[in-house]
Design a protein around this ligand. Structure first.
Ligand SMILES: [Zn+2]
Ligand SMILES: [Zn+2]
Ligand SMILES: [Zn+2]
Length: 216
């Protein structure tokens, strides 16, 4: 298996400490699994825009079949916002590239993108607006009025861990119930959060054992 390493940090910060840490993490993973290094992309840039040379490079190398696995520390290294990041991952997966975010310890597969197709359907059924709550989130402990969204990105459903589906509104829009900013995770118990398994309302669907792992 040939891997391509991708490391990114947004700004020079007394050198490249984040990139150094990411490289070490990825090198350890490569050595442990006996993979072959096909190449690497090191980007010193903000992860908001899709139109970046580093992203073009990993796509071009994928098209050239230069590697089999894209290795990153965390998906947010590719793109900071979840929904455009899912779109990029989908393109890579469709080209036959495997994606391994090393920190999560879990290969990222097409199955993990499926829930995002629920978003459009759920938007049609959104409830009437009311003032967002200002009590601390039961999972991240933050007052929703003071943060962009919930810090915890995974949820247990039917005993299995799934990525949570972030709030997807217009740019800059906040969730009417939990005040999460578009692209960020809802706070626990939000009326608007979608179940990643059935696509229903997470607090009201028929799935069993819906539980949120609390933060580290
Ligand atoms: Zn929260
Ligand atoms: Zn919400
Ligand atoms: Zn469900």
């Amino acid at each position: 298996m040939r891997v391509w390493k991708y490391c990114r940090q947004a700004h020079l910060d007394d050198g490249l400490p984040m990139i150094t840490a990411q490289k070490e993490m990825l090198d350890t993973y490569i050595a442990k699994h006996g993979y072959v290094l096909a190449g690497e992309t090191v980007a010193l840039e903000n992860g908001t825009q899709r139109d970046r040379n580093s992203i073009k490079e990993i796509i071009r190398q994928a098209e050239n079949k230069s590697y089999d696995i894209l290795l990153i520390s965390h998906l947010d290294r590719l793109m900071r916002d979840t929904i455009p990041c899912m779109e990029l991952c989908r393109e890579l997966l469709e080209m036959g590239i495997r994606i391994i975010p090393v920190k999560s310890g879990m290969e990222f597969t097409m199955k993990m993108i499926e829930p995002y197709s629920f978003i459009k359907e759920a938007q049609k059924n959104r409830y009437k607006h009311h003032a967002p709550r200002s009590v601390a989130c039961g999972v991240c402990g933050k007052n929703p009025m003071t943060v962009q969204g919930c810090r915890i990105g995974m949820v247990y459903v039917n005993g299995q861990l799934y990525p949570r589906i972030p709030f997807h509104g217009d740019p800059g829009e906040r969730c009417y119930d939990c005040n999460a900013l578009s692209g960020h995770f809802h706070h626990w118990g939000c009326d608007d959060e979608i179940c990643p398994v059935c696509g229903g309302q997470l607090i009201g669907c028929d799935c069993e054992g819906v539980e949120c792992p609390t933060g580290k």
